[in-house]
Design a protein around this ligand. Structure first.
Ligand SMILES: Cc1cc2nc3c(=O)[nH]c(=O)nc-3n(C[C@H](O)[C@H](O)[C@H](O)COP(=O)(O)O)c2cc1C
Length: 169
């Protein structure tokens, strides 16, 4: 995934009172759908600092994401969306997250690639380690409705939309 991808942990819900809809969610389906009560609200927030562990787990830095951490502790089922905004495509990952605190024996190894991304500019409070159970592509509708359009066309569109140009042009 390109460095511009920003994963959002979506649908991390605090468990709260028993809710049959939430039981469905915890099996990994429809995580964003049907969480009704105020204590079962889904939560989405962007995370730029992420990496893949040697064992395939998807690692995310908790730098300032207190509610994500709290909700994952309550209910570890998560959905992560990764989007390359210029290519207009990405992946959706569903899985089970573990909060790795600094006193965990693997914290140093798991936080190392994340610290490398920040250059040490931000302290990492926890590592959110997601064991991915399902992964699916995310495509902008342009891929379906205008299949004849090239990657270069899509990039050019995105540059116009965001009012940017690649360095060197
Ligand atoms: C572009 C962008 C990237 C961010 N990257 C991270 C990150 O890697 N880790 C982190 O903990 N917070 C990151 N944040 C900040 C959190 O998204 C923000 O503090 C959010 O309010 C946390 O919400 P939560 O406590 O509900 O999880 C980022 C924010 C933005 C806008």
């Amino acid at each position: 995934m390109a460095t511009l991808s920003v994963p959002a942990i979506s649908g991390t819900t605090s468990r709260g009172a028993y809710d049959p809809k939430l039981q469905r969610d915890r099996k990994g389906r429809s995580l964003l759908a049907g969480n009704g009560g105020s204590r079962n609200r889904p939560n989405v927030s962007p995370k730029q600092i992420h990496a893949e562990a040697d064992d395939g787990r998807f690692l995310i830095a908790d730098i300032a994401s207190a509610r994500s951490v709290k909700n994952i502790r309550d209910n570890p089922a998560v959905c992560v969306s990764l989007i390359d905004v210029f290519l207009q495509r990405g992946r959706k990952l569903e899985g089970v997250a573990e909060i790795i605190a600094p006193d965990h024996p693997d914290f140093a190894a798991l936080s190392a690639p994340l610290l490398a991304m920040t250059g040490g500019s931000f302290p990492i409070r926890h590592v959110i380690a997601v064991r991915v159970e399902r992964s699916a592509p995310i495509l902008a509708p342009s891929y379906t409705f205008y299949p004849e359009r090239s990657e270069a066309d899509l990039r050019a569109d995105a540059y116009r939309t965001y009012g940017v140009r690649p360095l060197g042009e």
